[in-house]
Design a protein around this ligand. Structure first.
Ligand code: CTP
Ligand code: MG
Length: 185
């Protein structure tokens, strides 16, 4: 049980960091250049910026590299065997896909939220908490299918789906309280 939870957390760390660091370092010119579609609504909105995308990806990958550094010296944490991102250079691809995929998932959901007529920052419960998980999984599966299926087994994936919304909500409340997020979701 603890082992499954820890595996899930460890594997998802490079995908968890990008959203919150995008909120801290993001801003500036929106990715959609302020453009609207025929429905009169923004393509993505002001909440999706290039700076956020780059900063989020870089921070997610940095954490992944730190994790790899840790694993190069020690293969366990609290006595529990850690899952690996694989051998270099494949591991870099995996870490990149987890981080960038998470932001792509968030981005695609903003696209759909705008099409539904939801303004920037409007909550879409469930979707807001899991869009980046789906994005990270899809991209990682595309670039490293065998690593993905070997590591995200049924119970690990289930653990991710159960713990992510809790983590996401709590980090967002913290982000809101310290003033880097406009809404607490
Ligand atoms: N952010 C960014 N670039 C990204 C993703 C996020 O700059 N690619 C920053 C924005 O400042 C954004 C904040 O992180 O406001 C929080 O992200 P999120 O909750 O995903 O955006 P929302 O403002 O809620 O917009 P949306 O309704 O589109 O989700
Ligand atoms: Mg939001």
């Amino acid at each position: 049980m603890i082992e499954i939870l820890l595996t899930a957390l460890w594997l998802m760390l490079p995908a968890y960091i990008p959203n919150s660091t995008a909120a801290v370092f993001g801003g500036g010119r929106p990715l959609d250049g302020g453009k609207t579609l025929k429905d009169g609504r923004r393509i993505l909105g002001d909440g999706k910026t290039l700076r956020g995308l780059i900063a989020g990806t870089v921070c997610g990958m940095l954490l992944g590299l730190l994790q790899m550094y840790y694993m190069s010296r020690q293969t366990t944490i609290f006595g529990i065997e850690l899952p690996s991102f694989g051998e270099m250079p494949g591991a870099l691809v995996v870490i990149f896909a987890l981080a960038f995929g998470a932001l792509l998932g968030d981005l695609s959901m903003s696209f759909f939220k705008r099409r539904l007529g939801l303004k920037r920052g409007a909550p879409l419960p469930g979707v807001d908490q899991l869009d980046f998980v789906l994005g990270a999984w899809v991209l990682t599966y595309i670039v490293a299918p065998s690593w993905f299926t070997a590591n995200f087994t049924f119970y690990v994936a289930l653990a991710v789906i159960l713990i992510t919304p809790l983590l996401h909500v709590s980090t967002n409340v913290v982000g809101y309280l310290i003033g880097v997020k406009k809404e607490p979701w």
